[in-house]
Design a protein around this ligand. Sequence first.
Ligand code: PHE
Length: 381
Amino acid sequence: MLMKRPLLFSALVLTAAVLGLAGCQKTATDEIAVGEFASLTGKEATFGISSHEGTVLAVEEINAAGGVLGKKFKLLTEDNQSKAGESANAVNKLIAKDGVIAILGEVASSRSLEAAPICQSNKTPQISPSSTNPKVTETGDYIFRVCFIDPFQGTVMANFAKKTLKAQKVAVFTDVKSDYSKGLAKFFKEGFLKAGGQIVAELDYNGGDKDFKGQLTAIKSANPDGVFVPGYYTDAALICIQAKEVGLTVPMFGGDGWESDKLTEIGKEAVEGNYFSTHYSPDAGGEKGKAFVEAYKKRYKGKLPDAMAALGYDSALILADAIQRAGSTDGDKVRAMLAATKDFDAVTGKITINGQRDADKAAVILKVKDGKFAYVETVAP
Ligand code: PHE
């Protein structure tokens, strides 16, 4: 008995010392470790790269201004390679090994949804910059976003199709592998029917498919005035190309998932004249927006920021603001202050976190014109 105690005791001390050391190597005590997970490579790489670039710019600006609570932000970023399963790994590592106090990410709703239960059960606040599926923040009270949600985005595009495109009969082509696509398709349909339109065909694909001609031929025979494609840019570009090939020449339109330089790079003239809704346009910002465009261009070799970049930037600023008001990095205190965010002057507009931990914000509609995205209009919530 007498022997056991010291042994157990020294084992505990040793474990504590090892854990302590491992912790110290990661983040100095005068730093605040913030985790980010993003699709830096793989199918939706442009989403992750843009979002990451915006986030990095915000962190650099926060740190240049002295940090938060006298400490610098240390951003620890994990790449999920746009693959299912990897976001859970990334977030588990960031929380358990790196000891981050909050998580920023992701763009794609399915990947935010993979991380959210882990953040919730660890009481680690998660802020998704740009995932729009309602289920993301429904996961629990530690999960936030700084963008609007798809019931709004779907309604915006339904009204746009009905009023501006003057479409009466519309087909919907959904990626059944994506929570985002399924949700946006549903909310669009509800909005379009409510506006007095008809849904004449509903077809499915799996994200990453290469051949869409069978479904597009079926859509063509339903004779729609337009096709709503709530998917991501690579698939959307191929769908627009193959639509032309099967003789389907009506307007195609989508949501924020279309936003990438790759849409025009892949789709070329097949995507010209089409429309999509998103969160932000560098052409439509106020004072704060203009300063952001300049800073971003300077930091990234003249590149123009897109919606993901702007929202990534805003997500880091919202976190810094909440920590400042909490006076602490304690998960529960930061969570409470995130929930109390009101009228924060962000690049993508004023951000107030509502009772569902979402942001009520305007959407913008862009048109593909000469290989670029031209600002069409802003739609208030
Ligand atoms: N809203 C999309 C989703 O939830 C992701 C996205 C955001 C794509 C912003 C482009 C721009 O999956």
